[in-house]
Design a protein around this ligand. Structure first.
Ligand code: C5P
Length: 232
């Protein structure tokens, strides 16, 4: 089933049962879902099968980072399980990203392949400590351009970075942005937040939303409220 919503709901649940319980309250025609490291490490490919069986398109957010051959194999494995999107770390370098791209192309796999630039948890002092001189902003721009040159379909970025990356990489380059908070929701532990509407206006192509939907009493009502904000 294909979905044309920009919304991706983060299923940051510790178990398969909990994730499916939430998924069963969502409509696969109106959102996609994201499976991250904890859920996948606990439940394995079963979670993908269960979500696909319910009609969801899945973003498998495992942020692969390894030697080119290993990452290419991991990306192929994800794509063969039918995921809609998978990601790697751009800091793994050009050869790693090109190997992943080439592997998908060679096998005719149409999974979207995107890259993480700089984790938003890293501040400039953290970057300096791992040998990255200059600002996080400059590093994000450098890695986004490298990702595009290496055949990635887009990047994960903050909504604050999306406008600049639209200038640098164009409209069609995907900009998948977390840190989204609808006007009705609390900020939780996110600090640089943006509303869905502002994020779309800034050039985000896909919005990753977690707790405002997953912790809502009525998740589908929360999703509908976000759709209304987007349409307003
Ligand atoms: O609950 P919340 O909407 O904050 O969840 C956001 C999701 O996006 C989580 O899965 C989180 O791990 C992910 N994420 C993020 N910030 C990043 C990268 C990913 O919040 N820079």
């Amino acid at each position: 089933m294909s979905c044309d919503s920009p919304l991706i709901i983060a299923l940051d649940h510790p178990s398969l049962d909990a994730a499916l319980c939430l998924a069963d309250r969502l409509d696969p025609k109106r959102c996609r879902v994201k499976v991250g490291k904890e859920l996948f490490t606990r439940s394995g490919p079963d979670v993908l099968e269960a979500l696909h069986g319910r009609g969801f398109e899945v973003f498998l957010d495992l942020k692969f980072h390894d030697i080119p051959n290993t990452v290419a194999g991991a990306v192929q494995a994800a794509a063969e399980q039918g995921v809609w999107m998978v990601n790697v770390h751009a800091s793994g370098g050009r050869r790693m990203m090109e190997a992943a791209r080439e592997r998908l192309d060679r096998h005719g796999l149409e999974t979207h392949l995107i890259a993480v630039t700089v984790l938003t948890s890293l501040e400039e002092a953290d970057l300096a400590e791992v040998g990255v001189a200059g600002t996080a902003e400059t590093q994000v721009e450098r890695l986004a351009q490298l990702a595009q040159d290496s055949g990635m379909d887009g990047v994960v970025c903050s909504a604050q970075e999306a406008a600049r990356l639209r200038e640098l990489c164009g409209e069609r380059f995907l900009k998948v942005t977390p840190g989204i908070r609808p006007t009705f929701a609390a900020a939780d532990d996110q600090w640089r937040i943006m509303t869905p509407q502002a994020a779309r206006a800034s050039g985000s192509t896909h919005l990753v939303v977690g707790r405002p939907v997953t912790r809502a009493k009525d998740p589908m009502a929360a999703l509908a409220a976000i759709e209304q904000e987007l349409a307003a």
